[in-house]
Design a protein around this ligand. Structure first.
Ligand code: NAG
Ligand code: NAG
Ligand code: NAG
Length: 191
């Protein structure tokens, strides 16, 4: 019986092999990263960076673009939609190495607790990942600790990435209305 099963498995494999081979021939991956992808050479990276969130004043990097009729009376500012273009730095200090920008849309989407639906692209224009980007999408309950959001993809070094990010408010200055957010991102990537 065992022998039969093994024979059957080998047969199935033999039948399946030529098809896989033909597919590989058709693809003929030229680019190194694509060859590595075909060979399953996926790696995991952990990144840490800081987001400079300037929430008011002429140099604000967060701007409201729409609101609902109930936004001004809602305890959470429900329905407020803003576009952000925040500086990404290597360290919490706003004058530390500039790594890129966090660009996208944030929508207050919870009637009960302060939580936003985010659609943000981390675009790196310096450092190791210059030219690459990571896309983050999900629910962010902004007053909680260790907020987890999914990394849904990326470009450049982060092509076909997936993973998650953990974010915390590193500091918030209520007078300047200026927040510094810490992001730790765990992503898979192909070298
Ligand atoms: C805004 O940015 C400009 C140019 O960097 C700077 O000169 C100015 O002092 C800034 N204004 C405030 C209020 O921070
Ligand atoms: C929003 O408020 C304005 C002014 O009070 C009102 O005219 C409008 O009908 C409201 N819109 C909706 C969708 O409730
Ligand atoms: C990032 O890459 C671009 C394009 O290759 C290059 O022009 C630029 O100088 C790089 N920036 C840094 C800070 O290395």
């Amino acid at each position: 019986m065992e022998n039969l099963v093994i024979t059957w498995m080998l047969l199935t494999l033999a039948l399946a092999m030529p098809r896989a081979h033909v597919t590989a021939q058709i693809l003929e991956p030229q680019e190194a990263w694509f060859r590595n992808l075909c060979q399953g050479k996926e790696k995991v990276a952990q990144l840490r960076f800081y987001i400079q969130d300037a929430l008011s004043g002429p140099n604000s990097t967060v701007w409201e673009v729409a609101r609902s009729n109930i936004t001004s009376t809602s305890p959470t500012s429900f329905g407020q939609v803003s576009v952000i273009d925040d500086l990404i730095t290597a360290e919490p200090n706003p004058n530390s190495m500039k790594l890129g920008r966090a660009q996208g849309l944030i929508t207050v989407a919870d009637l009960q607790v302060p939580a936003i639906a985010m659609n943000i692209n981390f675009y790196f224009n310096a450092g190791e990942y210059n030219g690459s980007s990571l896309c983050i999408l999900g629910r962010n309950q902004i007053l909680s600790e260790n907020r987890e959001l999914p990394v849904v993809g990326g470009t450049g070094a982060f092509r076909m990435s997936r993973g998650y990010s953990i974010s915390n408010t590193y500091s918030y200055d209520p007078v300047a209305n200026y927040g510094i957010l810490e992001y730790t991102v765990y992503v898979t990537y192909v070298e």
